[in-house]
Write a protein that binds this ligand. Structure first.
Ligand SMILES: Cc1cc2nc3c(=O)[nH]c(=O)nc-3n(C[C@H](O)[C@H](O)[C@H](O)COP(=O)(O)OP(=O)(O)OC[C@H]3O[C@@H](n4cnc5c(N)ncnc54)[C@H](O)[C@@H]3O)c2cc1C
Length: 383
């Protein structure tokens, strides 16, 4: 089945394809293709090129660099970017804090932060989760207490992705300990070079350094760095997490990996069982893609659709299923992840197990898949 594009949309697709395959340095696209860990420089360079051409934050309001595209065009932009192995704009900036500041921030915050956020002059980190507040985020305990024209912040955040690169962190903090859980939470923007902020690495099962703990000890934050109103951040967080879930349904990237897997499989694809497994994954990905288009089309006023939970759930399940397929294709060579680049084994077989292990995270972050099932049951199925 093909999605038939109008002549104008097909032209738009060709423009995007041309842009992504010619303007983003080959070295960066090769790193994405070969599933290597991207450097900070890769991500900054790529996002700045996108921003220079008005392609970094099309989801934002037009006055702040967004594009008034149809949902289909936004989908095409995203698909073509993934197809060309271009790293997506940094999610913390482009799909998380940027839209929140644009929607709920003061004019002063918008002017101060939005241009630098779109251009990745500021690298944002997400400071939501705590050791005892993940799925049950509203039980977070990091406090911010007013002292003159500042807040004083104390507590610990965890799983802070790429916090080692972070310039600023958007935080959920408790400003009213007396209020009902959700009602006492505010959002603060904190400069990570402030005295009292300490980033400690967490080593992951694939050996990479992707996440961190961030500690706050008497960190002084100007009152001006509050987003929106005090104690209203639960609404802002729900808005942000809805956007995050749509963003973590990686249809294009999973399609791309599946296409690579078919190439790697070669003659193995003649095996009927393997062919059926691949065909089923392709069908499910197509169904997910159509669902993603429907969800985007029905998101009113830029607000996330409740079905974003379906995208998160199914998208990450398929992503994990394809990484598992690649391990199976690699067979015994999948055990050779420690072999260096001078090994005779193809690079993709050596990368297959670290990539598989790394993507176990996908059913946890952005709200775990079990929690998504509960949201679907409540808000979509009415159970
Ligand atoms: C790689 C990675 C990167 C991350 N990056 C960030 C980041 O940058 N910033 C940030 O703030 N957070 C980040 N997170 C944190 C992430 O949002 C949390 O891990 C997630 O919300 C789950 O919380 P938890 O780990 O505390 O698990 P818990 O909430 O303790 O859950 C443990 C288990 O219980 C299940 N469970 C919990 N509650 C329910 C329920 N009500 N019904 C059914 N099952 C339930 C969960 O599904 C899970 O299987 C990241 C996590 C990972 C793994």
């Amino acid at each position: 089945m093909q999605l038939a594009l109008s002549a104008e949309d097909a032209e738009f697709r060709d423009e995007m394809r041309e842009f992504f395959t010619t303007e983003i340095p080959q070295e960066i696209r090769d790193a994405v293709r070969d599933q290597r860990e991207l450097t900070k420089d890769h991500l900054v360079t790529s996002m700045r090129i996108l921003n220079e051409h008005g392609l970094a934050v099309p989801n934002w309001p037009v006055e702040w660099g967004g594009r008034d595209w149809s949902p289909l065009r936004r989908h095409i932009w995203h698909e073509e970017m993934q197809r060309a192995f271009v790293p997506a704009p940094l999610a913390f900036n482009a799909t998380m804090i940027g839209p929140v500041i644009a929607q709920f921030g003061s004019q002063e915050l918008k002017q101060r932060f939005l241009p630098a956020t779109a251009n990745l002059d500021i690298w944002w980190s997400q400071g939501f989760s705590e050791p005892d507040a993940g799925s049950d985020l509203a039980s977070l305990r990091t406090t911010a207490v007013r002292d003159g024209d500042e807040y004083v912040v104390n507590g610990q955040k965890t799983w802070t992705t790429l916090g080692q690169y972070g310039d600023w962190i958007f935080m959920l903090v408790r400003t009213d300990p007396e209020a009902k859980k959700q009602a006492g939470i505010s959002m603060l923007l904190i400069d990570m070079t402030s005295p009292g902020v300490e980033v400690r690495p967490i080593e992951l099962i694939d050996g990479g350094h992707e996440v961190n703990e961030v500690w706050f000890t008497d960190v002084r934050v100007p009152l001006d760095n509050l987003v929106g109103e005090e104690n209203r951040a639960w609404d802002y967080a729900k808005f942000l997490l809805g956007n995050e879930r749509v963003g973590v349904a990686p249809v294009g990237a999973t399609k791309r990996l599946l296409a690579q897997a078919k190439e790697w499989a070669g003659p193995l694809l003649e095996d009927p069982l393997l062919a059926a497994r691949v065909a089923e994954l392709e069908n499910e990905l197509l169904a997910l893609e159509l669902t993603a288009l429907r969800v985007v089309a029905h998101s009113a006023d830029g607000k996330p659709h409740p079905a974003s939970s379906v995208l998160k759930l199914k998208g990450t399940e398929l992503q994990q299923a394809v990484t598992e397929l690649v391990v199976d294709l690699a067979g015994p060579a999948s055990l050779a992840s420690g072999a260096g680049d001078d090994s005779d084994l193809p690079w993709w077989t050596r990368r297959s197990t670290p990539v598989y292990l790394n993507f176990r995270k996908a059913s946890i972050y952005g709200g775990s898949n079990e929690v998504q099932r509960q949201i679907i049951a409540r808000t979509i199925l009415g159970l």
